[in-house]
Ligand binder design. Structure first.
Ligand code: G6P
Ligand code: MN
Length: 418
């Protein structure tokens, strides 16, 4: 049995923290923990999360796990084994601006896509570099598992500065798509071996092999999605709409299963039609799970314990914890990860950051080699990668011109003047 580990969560005040901690406790046999540290720069959110996690540990019978909640990076990171990063630089307030400013000009306003995503990228790179530097200072052997967005930009920037760092960049969108589709049509996504490629929030499934059915089920899934849109009452309304839009995209391009984020690039008119410019996703999150968390903390502060903790999370926490256990126990399990291409997609530039299947073990990430991709996908990806690289150049060189080129090349932007 491995000795017990210390885990730090950067962005500990996030509403995703309870899901990650629950996953950690559920995986305790493969990743035993003795200490959890929540690091955040927002003391109020941190304190709220302390109340929630403290109760969660007690109710799940893990009182012996030490909980440290801190705004001090030295306290947070010294000697830790893993850092899970989920910081959101500027918080949901800035997310709201990222979404609303482009919308004012009739453009897609989204957290990770378009002008909002690029603006967020410029803020986020700076914040995550800071976290990376703290970890290098206080826990140089730790693994950083990163969920912080926008992930292609983050990965590009961190790899330029620290090419040899112990860091894995991961997004839960593919696992969420798989979970949602499987649940909706009665499959078990744990049996799936998907072949997926692209950039982060910008890729396609080419094949989904089902180990128990012993065949590629992607064609039948596409068939089903064309016939009957996904219906999942458990999802929030805006996420339900997102999954419905996947069926709309498939009606035009039925050969591959797209990541839902393509609605912003391929059908911005359709998205803008049902976007409320005054009440965007950031507002829904602030009024939804953010407010629920604050209320939960308030009830605990008032001495309530029974029935207070209510969360709804999908595979988000399990996914990142599975990656950690795969490193720790050298499990060589397969995940969709955001990595330098280096030939994984053979007919695509090798210096691009791509999202592809990869195996994870004690020495890190081993992406698989894929078949050449088709020109439609490659063309879209080339433009996106060029835009992202220009933006990261702009960040490091403080170049207005490069930023302007990046923003102009963004495929949600029809005119440089906008
Ligand atoms: C998915 C994406 C994340 C994104 C999140 C937004 O999980 O993979 O990158 O941040 O959706 O979800 P929200 O509920 O905050 O709009
Ligand atoms: Mn993501």
């Amino acid at each position: 049995m491995t000795d017990k580990k210390v885990i730090a969560i950067a962005g500990g005040g996030s509403t995703y923290t309870p899901g990650i901690i629950t996953a950690l406790l559920d995986h305790n046999d493969r990743l035993p923990i003795r200490e959890v540290r929540l690091y955040d720069i927002d003391a109020v959110r941190n304190e709220n999360m302390r109340l929630i996690i403290d109760l969660l540990l007690k109710q799940k019978g893990f009182d012996e796990v030490q909980l440290i909640v801190t705004e001090n990076p030295e306290v947070a990171f010294t000697g830790v084994d893993f850092v899970f990063s989920q910081i959101r630089v500027g918080g949901l307030k800035m997310r709201e601006l990222d979404e609303k400013i482009p919308l004012k000009y009739g453009l897609i306003g989204q957290e990770t896509c378009g002008l909002g995503g690029f603006s967020y990228g410029l803020r986020s790179i700076k914040g995550l570099l800071e976290v990376v530097e703290f970890v290098q200072m206080y826990a140089p052997d730790a693994w950083i598992l990163n969920y912080t967005n926008p992930e292609s930009l983050i990965t590009e920037a961190i790899n330029r500065k620290y090419p040899n760092i112990n860091m894995i960049n991961v997004c839960d969108m593919t696992i969420s798509i798989e979970e949602t589709i499987a649940h909706n049509y009665g499959y078990n996504h744990k049996d799936w071996v998907p072949v997926y490629y692209g950039l982060n929030h910008f890729g396609w499934y080419k094949e989904i092999y089902d180990k128990s059915l012993k065949r590629d089920i992607m064609p039948e899934i596409i068939e089903k999605m064309l016939g009957q849109e996904i219906e999942n009452e458990d999802l929030e309304a805006s996420w339900q709409q997102t999954f419905k839009n996947m069926s709309k995209m498939l009606r035009h391009f039925p050969d591959y299963l797209p990541n839902n984020y393509f609605e912003y690039y391929l059908f911005p008119d359709m998205v803008l039609e049902h976007t409320d410019k005054n009440y965007t996703r950031a507002n829904m999150v602030m009024d939804g799970r953010e407010a629920r968390n604050t209320r939960m903390a308030e009830r605990i502060r008032n001495g309530e314990t029974e029935g207070v903790l209510k969360f709804d999370f999908g595979e988000h926490g399990n996914y990142i914890v599975d990656i950690a256990t795969s490193i720790l126990n050298d499990e060589h399990r397969r995940f969709m990860l955001i990595v330098p291409n280096r030939g994984a997609i053979p007919n695509f530039r090798s210096d691009a950051v791509v999202e592809v299947p990869a195996y994870v073990g004690a020495t890190g990430v081993e992406p698989i080699a894929l078949d050449p991709i088709d020109d439609f996908h490659k063309g879209l990806m080339e433009v996106q990668v060029a835009a992202e690289k220009l933006l990261v150049d702009a960040y490091f060189e403080k170049s207005y011109l490069k930023a302007l080129k990046a923003f102009t090349l963004n495929q949600t932007v029809p005119s440089a003047s906008l």
